[in-house]
Design a protein around this ligand. Structure first.
Ligand code: AMP
Length: 180
């Protein structure tokens, strides 16, 4: 994508200091969602690197991952698997726990959502420390799926989330710190 096109994306991400808690610089994607042309372009760009990968399932991570994961799934002709916070899914679930700075969290997916050998792409809005995405990778493995890659709108490079994702193919449209 050209520098000019990328700059339009950066301009449509709002930086909100100290949200949801002090010290976090929150990258708010909602201004980008308000621009229909940019939103469409974001979805296309997130799907593009995986277009010929024969993806069967897009696993979208709650909750902003749903906003991007659903249209990415449609763009790839794939089905959608919501990876949810505990207690939200009504049917039999695979559960994967992961460490937070204080305590643990978990994500869950329905047991019947991914079959053996299904080709799965994971989608979320932001790759930060990689803890959430690494849990999603484990959920794919637990379900017997085959991980094709991960697609993010934003990657916070200084947090090095990539290194927790092994040698998976990782695509991110925007990176912070913003390139010169
Ligand atoms: P992590 O597990 O640290 O990679 O965090 C990833 C999850 O937290 C994603 O689902 C993001 O939506 C959210 N997240 C983490 N850091 C930020 C941030 N600075 N701005 C917006 N969302 C964030």
């Amino acid at each position: 994508m050209s520098r000019n096109a990328l700059d339009k994306f950066y301009a449509a991400i709002r930086d909100v200091p100290d949200f949801p808690k002090p010290g976090i610089l929150f990258r708010d994607i909602t201004p980008m969602l308000l621009d229909a042309a940019l939103f469409k372009k974001a979805v296309r760009s997130m799907a593009e690197p995986f277009r010929s990968a024969r993806v069967d399932r897009v696993m979208a991570i709650e909750s902003r991952g749903f906003i991007l994961g659903a249209p990415v799934a449609l763009a790839l002709g794939a089905a959608l698997v919501p990876a949810r916070k505990p207690g939200k899914l009504p049917w039999k679930r695979h559960r994967v726990e992961y460490e937070l700075e204080y305590g643990t969290d978990a994500i869950e997916v329905h047991e019947d959502a991914i079959g053996k050998g299904h080709r799965v792409l994971i989608v979320d809005d932001v790759l930060a420390t990689g803890g959430t995405a690494a849990a999603a990778v484990r959920a794919v493995q637990k379900a017997g799926g085959r991980l094709i890659g991960l697609s993010f709108l934003i990657e916070l490079s200084l947090l090095d989330g990539r290194k927790r994702l092994g040698d998976s193919k990782i695509a991110s449209l925007l990176t912070y710190p913003k390139p010169d």
